[in-house]
Ligand binder design. Structure first.
Ligand SMILES: NC(=O)c1ccc[n+]([C@@H]2O[C@H](COP(=O)([O-])OP(=O)(O)OC[C@H]3O[C@@H](n4cnc5c(N)ncnc54)[C@H](OP(=O)(O)O)[C@@H]3O)[C@@H](O)[C@H]2O)c1
Length: 222
C-alpha cells in the first residue's frame, strides 16, 4: 500500500504558525494539484487538530476528476480517516455533514458505547490500541491494508506526520514549498530518544516549479 504524505512547508521549513494554524498561503495551482494527488487515493487521513482547526475540504473538487474516478472503478470520493483519541469533534462541522457515511474514525478503545452512537451515523468507528505517541499507526495501517486500499494520503499536521515518519510508515512524500517565512512556528520533530536519527532514505522522483512554489515528490528507498 502506498502511504503518501502531502504537506506544505514555508521557506523557513515550518508547517504551521506558532498557534498551530495552517500556513497563511494557498495558490490556485496548489489547490488544483491537491485534487490531482487525491484522484487515485482510497482514503485521506488527518488528526483531530487539523480537522477541527482547518475544517479542510478533504475531498476532490474537480468534477472531471470525480467522473474519471467513477469510470476507473473508484468510489466517488476517498474515505476520510480521522485519528481522534477522544472522539470529541464538533458534529456541526460542514465536512461531517457533507460527507456522511464516508468517514472512518480511529479512536482509543475506552470509549463508551452510547457516546459512539452519534458517530456511527457518519461512518465506521474503529477501536485502536495506543502507544507512547497516541493511537497505534501500525495497527491503523494494517486495518487500511486489510480493507484492500492501495493508496492512503496523509494530510495531517506536524505532530501526526512526525509519528508516521518516526515509525517509518510512509512510502512517499509530496512536499510543497511556499514562498513565505513563518518565523516562530511548528515543523516535523521526532519524539524518539535516538537523537532524531531515523533509518530512512528518500529518492527524488519528481520536481516541478510553478510561478511561485516548488513541488518535490520523494519515494522511500528500501
Ligand atoms: N503544512 C501543512 O501541510 C499542514 C497540513 C495539515 C495541517 N496543518 C496544520 O497542522 C495543525 C495541526 O497539527 P497537528 O500536528 O496537531 O496535526 P493533526 O493532523 O491534528 O494530528 C495530531 C493529532 O492526531 C491525534 N493522534 C492520534 N494518534 C497519534 C499519533 N500516534 N501520533 C500523533 N498524533 C496522533 C492526536 O489527537 P488526539 O489527542 O485527539 O488523539 C493529535 O493531537 C492544523 O491546525 C493545521 O493548521 C498543516
Amino acid at each position: 500500500m502506498n502511504i503518501s504524505a502531502n504537506f506544505a512547508i514555508s521557506l523557513d521549513f515550518k508547517m504551521t504558525t506558532i498557534d498551530g494554524k495552517f500556513l497563511p498561503y494557498r495558490s490556485q495551482y496548489d489547490r488544483d494539484r491537491m485534487d490531482i494527488i487525491r484522484y487515485d487515493a482510497d482514503a485521506i487521513l488527518v488528526g483531530t487538530n487539523t480537522f477541527i482547526n482547518d475544517k479542510p475540504p478533504l475531498y476532490l473538487r474537480n468534477p472531471k476528476l470525480i467522473e474519471r474516478r467513477l469510470v476507473n472503478g473508484f468510489k466517488e470520493q476517498p474515505y476520510i480517516c480521522i485519528l481522534t483519541s477522544n472522539l470529541d469533534l464538533d458534529m456541526v462541522n460542514d465536512i461531517l455533514i457533507k460527507n456522511k457515511n464516508n468517514f472512518i474514525f480511529f479512536t482509543q478503545s475506552e470509549i463508551y458505547d452510547d457516546f459512539l452512537e452519534k458517530y456511527h451515523a457518519y461512518g465506521e468507528v474503529i477501536s485502536t490500541p495506543c502507544n507512547k505517541n497516541g493511537l497505534s499507526l501500525k495497527y491503523i495501517v494494517e486495518i487500511l491494508k486489510n480493507k484492500g486500499f492501495n493508496k492512503v494520503l496523509i494530510e495531517c499536521g506536524p505532530k501526526l506526520l512526525s509519528s508516521f515518519l518516526e515509525e517509518d510508515l510512509l512510502t512517499e512524500l509530496n512536499i510543497t514549498i511556499f514562498p513565505i517565512m513563518i518565523g516562530s512556528g511548528r515543523s516535523i520533530s521526532f519524539h524518539s530518544d535516538i537523537n532524531g536519527v531515523i533509518n530512512s532514505n528518500w529518492r527524488l522522483k519528481e520536481k516541478y516549479i510553478s510561478d511561485s512554489e516548488v513541488y518535490l515528490v520523494y519515494d522511500k528507498v528500501y
